[in-house]
Design a binder for this molecule. Structure first.
Ligand SMILES: [Cu+2]
Length: 167
């Protein structure tokens, strides 16, 4: 009887251990969603938009781009991917999932609406390492709404960096 009880306790321990492990690092494997939209639901005058356009994630997290509206994609902007990380490129209407392992700032755009302001940023971990590179690469962007939103989002990113003591 005693032997059998000990065995059951050990079995219980073996089951409990992985559950505890999962409870801790689970935060580092979150699935985030970004909607690809024809208009911002909060301000319909803001056309062709990613929401949220600036997203903070942890290394190991995955982001899924949702085709909430048609005719959009998400793809990396040249010069806006941290060194050692792979650029990504979804097809139009494709709901890609991208896992971000490398810390840094990732800029991406919707190719069909690249000049209409459809741009976004994913901030991974301590993201400030390539922030100045991303800022410089913004010079290649075209379109009034795109450059306007780029400046707006960069200001938002600078504020986040300052708040988190990364600036
Ligand atoms: Cu688009």
């Amino acid at each position: 009887m005693i032997t059998r009880r000990t065995h059951l306790l050990m079995l219980g321990g073996a089951i409990a251990a992985p559950m505890l492990l999962r409870a801790g690092p689970a935060a580092a494997e979150t699935l985030h969603e970004i909607d690809m939209l024809n208009a911002d639901p909060d301000d319909r005058s803001e056309r062709m938009i990613f929401r949220p356009a600036v997203l903070e994630v942890e290394p190991g997290d995955t982001v899924k781009f949702i085709a909430a509206d048609r005719s959009h994609n998400a793809q990396s902007i040249d010069g806006m991917t941290p060194e050692g990380a792979e650029p990504f490129r979804g097809r139009v209407n494709e709901e890609i999932e991208v896992t971000f392992e490398t810390e840094g700032t990732y800029g991406y755009i919707c190719q069909p609406h690249a000049t209409m302001g459809m741009i976004g940023f994913i901030l991974v971990g301590n993201f400030s390492g390539n922030l100045e590179e991303v800022r410089a690469a913004g010079g290649s962007l075209r379109g009034r709404d795109t450059t306007r939103r780029f400046e707006e989002y960069m200001a938002e990113i600078d504020a986040i960096a300052e708040e988190r003591g990364l600036a």
